[in-house]
Design a protein. Structure first.
Length: 90
């Protein structure tokens, strides 16, 4: 139920969130690392992603969900929604 609400919120604001994420240097590369390389995020990378999301949450309040406890479990979902490739991995 909550995940469906979060998904609708992110998908609804996808274009705006994508624009803001692209302006944050290095964030898109960090978000796409597991999808592009198959390697998981390191603890340092997760902290950098959270730092970027904290800054972006001032502009896009929907991103605050990822800063809540266990919000990092939703990061793969954010990466999937923001993926700009035409053919997505299944």
């Amino acid at each position: 139920m909550l995940s469906g609400y979060i998904k609708r919120l992110i998908v609804k604001n996808r274009a705006f969130i994508l624009e803001e994420v692209l302006e944050a240097r290095g964030l898109m590369q960090l978000l796409m690392k597991p999808r592009n390389t198959g390697l998981p995020w390191t603890l340092d990378e997760k902290l950098r992603i959270k730092m970027h999301l904290f800054k972006l949450s001032r502009v896009v309040p929907a991103l605050i969900v990822f800063l809540l406890p266990f919000g990092s479990l939703l990061l793969p979902f954010l990466a999937e929604v923001l993926d700009r490739r035409k053919s997505r991995r299944e």
